[in-house]
Design a protein around this ligand. Structure first.
Ligand SMILES: Nc1ncnc2c1ncn2[C@@H]1O[C@H](COP(=O)(O)OP(=O)(O)OP(=O)(O)O)[C@@H](O)[C@H]1O
Length: 261
């Protein structure tokens, strides 16, 4: 097992008032090596909070996140950036590329920070660039690229450190339909080559490319769907139906966390 999320709870307290918001109440799930998981839920349901805790950007109020059986919520602050660079790859909605660096240096940045040798960096990039169709972009500055190209560069930057886990937050939100589909196909390919991916999304279409979809509501996991051998079109329909049934309704459902089968 790659990742074990155990009884995760996150309560936000505002500094000046006694008001509390429970963003996550008791989230439990496990992720195997090679899985591709989409996390869906309405606005305010706790998706970003969950992703931020998995990213070690946020500490939970209680509970644990075990990566290869090590509790990453207990890592000391001074060791966090090295941990993230070594074990996690991030893909964001707004690409997060540095405009002052060219594409090649943006991709190399995590490896430079980890003090990898230049040969390793070049070898890895030589393998990734054709796969991501960015060979011709390496000397360009990010502002010269289209949204789809920027996101492919961001994916290369996430993959170059060969992370245990890719965490993607609404990676298609700033892309048009064609570029979204291209990115989702790319994620599927990357996943087929063994990369584990967890992606937060609002979009049934995006989620339909994953192998498993977790639905979150009011800080709890409610339901999960497996794609199996369905086409992404058939799976998207099933996801939309579930969203309507589970998340749109105000009925009280079983509030137990969802455990992986
Ligand atoms: N730093 C914070 N301080 C206080 N409350 C917060 C903070 N971050 C999130 N929350 C609250 O926690 C709850 C869950 O928020 P979260 O951002 O995780 O939801 P989300 O599902 O990602 O929403 P969206 O889809 O709109 O991004 C919300 O009620 C939100 O207002």
């Amino acid at each position: 097992m790659l990742l074990e999320v155990k009884h995760l709870k996150k309560v936000f307290k505002t500094r000046f008032s006694k008001e509390e918001t429970t963003a996550l109440s008791d989230v439990d799930f496990t992720v195997d090596q090679g899985e591709y998981i989409a996390i869906m839920g309405e606005s305010g349901s706790g998706k970003t909070t969950l992703l931020n805790i998995l990213s070690t950007l946020e500490k939970p109020t209680s509970g644990q996140v075990l990566l290869h059986e090590k509790d990453i919520t207990a890592i000391k602050d001074k060791d966090l950036s090295a941990f993230r660079r070594r074990h996690l790859g991030f893909v964001f909605q707004d690409f997060n590329l540095l405009d002052t660096l060219n594409v090649r240096d943006n991709i190399f940045l995590p490896l430079v920070l980890s003090k990898e040798n230049i040969k390793t960096m070049q070898t890895r990039l030589a393998l990734l660039a054709p796969k991501l169709q960015i060979d011709d972009l390496l000397e360009k500055q990010p502002f010269e690229l289209s949204g789809g190209q920027k996101q492919r560069v961001a994916v290369a930057r996430a993959l170059i450190s060969q992370p245990d886990l890719i965490l993607a937050d609404e990676p298609t939100a700033a892309l048009d339909y064609k570029n979204s589909e291209a990115l989702l196909n790319l994620f599927e390919e990357i996943n087929k080559s063994g990369q584990t991916i967890i992606m937060v999304t609002h979009s049934s279409l995006a989620a339909s490319h994953a192998k498993r979809v977790l639905f979150i509501k009011d800080g709890m996991l409610y339901h999960q769907l497996y794609r199996g051998d369905k086409t992404s079109t058939a799976f998207a329909k099933e996801i939309t139906l579930s969203m309507t049934a589970f998340l749109g309704s105000t009925e009280i459902h079983d509030t137990k966390g969802v455990q992986d089968a």
